[in-house]
Ligand binder design. Structure first.
Ligand code: ADP
Ligand code: MG
Length: 731
């Protein structure tokens, strides 16, 4: 009998909800306690220093070294009061997640060996040269000249985790190329600010700045820790490589928005308390569609900060899960046959005058601005649909998009009936019809009547990868484990490039004497026509859509290594370089890293799958087969063969099926190993990744199919791996 599995199940069943209590009755008492926010800073820094820092943050001005020294001193004081003894530059390498190297504050006061002081200078705050030479750089920074350095991002506040002061930083090579996710994001925010501000000023000259906002919805699974420990695939790859569907999974939809299981409810509470201490404004929590799947979302915020908070929350989620006897699964598709996890990126733009640029307005002018931004976003998504898909694609997310039982890997935009009607009306009207005179002898579009609250706000199309939801777009194709930076930098850059182009087109028309409103209308109208193929309000999961999308010329590629090529097409290179977000060299280098990462994941999964097959599935199946064979011998000894045969007691079909399935698995594992051996000789990262995709992945399906069939016929008592029903329903 498989003692480990049953012991794990037994232990898991015994667990009770962990009691948690709020740090204080009022959230405001401890909210942001570990964050060096503006109001905290004001207590540690002088007014002048605060002013310079604000200038640096808001206007992107470089910080004076002496100011950095003062900020560092204040920051150190604050951090030490919270118990910090170390500091780290917290950065976001290309492999997702975050990285940190901790240094203690201590230094010799004078000669070595003498007394020590606790020091933290502006230099240490502003820049660090971590020996991070093993982080992937796609060849930009060869390891022997390991000179990448981290540089402080003052626009995201420092925070204290345990005994360490964490300073958000970018990570760049000595020659200035971005080696991380944050640097391009910051550049894209800058670009979209510039482009959108220029466009907004056509409507309201008071606009001085445009912010990009992000509200992420983080989906995740929880699995009992004991069960997790007996699944090598979950431990090493974050997903189950094998496992037959549970007889009951999500068909009844009884989990979605149902009451939260008690152990999980206390996890969620604990998690919220922790997140609040870090100033992460978690707002919603609920069950998701699949069993043991949940979601949380904060109040949206400025994009750069929201990205950092998401990265921080993912690590807090992991830690808190352990306290509750759970393991957190952020993988995009941990279980076959049920929903995967995403991270909807709710995205919008807003001005420093407080206007949401994707919020329909109250006046015709506001609505003209709204339509302008909306249509430009559509145009950007249309032109860059392949690229946007590339920005969210990983080995993991590919199982959620484009694979079996998953939405297709095609980017389209959902607008809802009301906005669609408005666009149709605009498209089919002449400028004279569309533009009506307003009182102020100005012209404006005759689209004053977009209701403030869009009725079909609620009638959401859950299958759309990019949906307009009343005051924002939801980029839903983003994966649950992803760093939102990739998607957000790409989207912001694409929208920035589009808005620059729009402004130039309108300006050109105005230069010929055309009225502003007519010029805007004409350009918008041409965009509405041109971007039509990206609009799709139907069922994105249907097979018909795949055919239709291909006809429309949308990118339908499903192979991850191929998808990444969208980053280096001439159009993408132009878009990224013109907006100053990424250089051609960086784009190529980053693709090298993506291919390498892809290869590594498939490689690891292939190894784990081989191990599971040889060390779990085949031995267990063989044991059961042998038991059945024994039984045949015993039957033959006990009964006359003829009688036994007549009664069907000698039916050997089960024995044969087991034998065949074992053989199928064994052959596939052998072939897969051979195939890997060949592929590993390939030098070119793209070719290698492509070969892993084309030649290794297909074995996964064969192995899984046969192993999952065995799971159905082999004695349950012998089966070593916890089954789906145990992983998904014990909590
Ligand atoms: P739903 O599940 O209905 O999509 P949620 O409330 O779970 O909605 O999440 C919506 C997310 O979108 C939240 O983080 C919310 O703060 C964010 N959001 C709302 N309005 C905007 C906006 N204008 N721009 C960006 N994000 C927004
Ligand atoms: Mg949503």
């Amino acid at each position: 009998m498989s003692s480990l599995r049953f012991k794990a199940v037994e232990e898991a069943f015994k667990k009770k909800a962990v009691e948690v209590s709020a740090p204080s009755k009022f959230t405001t008492d401890y909210y942001g306690k570990f964050v060096f926010t503006k109001s905290v800073m004001a207590k540690y820094l002088s007014k002048d220093i605060m002013k310079s820092l604000e200038n640096a943050i808001e206007k992107g001005m470089t910080l004076d070294r002496t100011i950095a020294d003062d900020v560092a001193t204040g920051m150190k004081m604050w951090a030490m009061e919270l118990g910090a003894t170390h500091y780290t530059h917290w950065f976001q390498p290309l492999t997702d997640g975050t990285a940190e190297k901790h240094d203690s504050f201590i230094d010799y006061a004078g000669a070595p060996g003498e007394s020590i002081v606790e020091e933290f200078s502006g230099k240490l705050l502003a820049q660090q040269e971590p020996d991070a030479s093993s982080f992937p750089s796609g060849g930009i920074r060869s390891t022997f000249e390991a000179r990448g350095y981290t540089a402080w991002d003052p626009s995201s506040p420092a925070f204290v985790v345990d005994d360490t002061l964490c300073i958000p930083t970018i990570f760049i090579s000595y020659t200035g190329e971005a080696l991380d996710m944050k640097a391009p994001l910051l550049k894209s925010l800058n670009a979209v600010n510039k482009a959108a501000t220029a466009v907004c000023q056509m409507f309201d000259p008071n606009v001085k700045r445009v912010f990009s906002y992000l509200g992420w919805e983080q989906e995740y699974f929880l699995v009992d820790e004991n069960l997790y420990a007996t699944r090598p695939d979950l431990m090493l790859t974050g997903r189950t490589l094998l496992g037959h569907e549970s007889a009951k999974n999500q068909q009844m939809e009884d989990h979605y928005f149902g009451s939260v299981p008690t152990r999980v409810a206390s996890y969620m509470k604990d998690l919220e308390f922790e997140a609040y201490k870090f100033g992460i404004p978690l707002k919603t929590r609920h069950n998701e569609v699949a069993p043991n799947q949940f979601e949380l979302a904060p109040i949206f915020g400025e994009c750069n900060l929201a990205v950092d908070q998401n990265l921080l929350v993912m690590s807090i989620m992991k830690r808190v899960a352990r306290r509750h006897g759970f393991r957190l699964l952020l993988h995009e598709k941990p279980f076959a046959g049920i929903n995967g996890s995403g991270k909807h990126n709710n995205w919008s733009l807003g001005t420093d005058t407080g206007v949401g640029l994707l919020t329909p307005g109250k006046t015709p002018e506001e609505n003209l601005q709204f339509i302008t931004i909306l249509v430009n976003v559509l145009m950007a998504v249309y032109k860059n649909n392949a690229l946007l898909k590339a920005s969210i694609m990983t080995a993991q997310n590919a199982h959620r998009l484009g694979a079996n039982e998953a939405p297709p890997a095609i980017i389209s935009a959902f607008l809802g009936t009301q906005i669609t009607e408005v666009l149709n009306k605009l498209e089919n009207s002449t400028s004279e019809e569309a533009i009506v005179m307003s009182g102020k002898k100005q012209l404006s579009l005759g689209i004053a009547h977009i209701p403030e609250v869009l009725l079909d706000n609620t009638d959401r199309n859950r299958t759309s990868p990019f949906a307009f939801t009343g005051n924002r777009f939801e980029f839903r194709a983003v994966g649950s484990s992803a760093n939102c930076s990739s998607a957000m930098a790409t989207l912001n850059a694409a929208v920035a490039a589009q808005l620059f182009e729009f402004k130039a087109e309108v300006d050109a028309k105005m230069a010929t004497g055309e009225l502003k409103e007519k010029a805007i209308f004409d350009v918008i109208k041409s965009y509405i026509k041109a971007s039509k193929p990206i609009r799709f309000d139907g069922n994105g999961y249907s097979d018909e859509w795949k055919i239709e999308a291909a006809k429309r010329g949308l990118d339908c590629e499903t192979s991850v290594p191929e998808i990444y090529k969208a980053f280096t097409t001439p159009e993408s290179v132009k878009m990224f370089t013109e907006t100053g977000v990424l250089t051609e060299k960086e784009l190529h280098a980053r693709n090298e890293v993506k291919w390498e990462t892809y290869t590594k994941w498939v490689q690891i999964e292939a190894r784990v799958l081989g191990d599971l097959s040889m060390n779990h599935i085949i031995p267990v199946a063989t044991r059961y087969q042998s038991f059945l064979l024994d039984n045949v011998t015993k039957i033959k000894a006990a009964f006359p063969v003829e009688r036994a045969e007549k009664l069907g007691m000698l039916d050997s079909s089960l024995i044969i099926e087991i034998g065949e399935r074992i053989q199928n698995i064994k052959n596939a594992v052998d072939d897969m190993v051979d195939s890997r051996r060949q592929i590993n000789k390939i030098d070119n990262e793209f070719e290698k990744a492509k070969a892993y995709h084309d030649k290794v992945l297909p074995y996964f399906d064969v192995i899984r199919y046969n192993a999952d069939k065995l799971e159905l016929i082999v004695d349950d008592e012998l089966w070593t791996l916890p089954k789906y029903r145990e992983l998904l329903f014990i909590r």
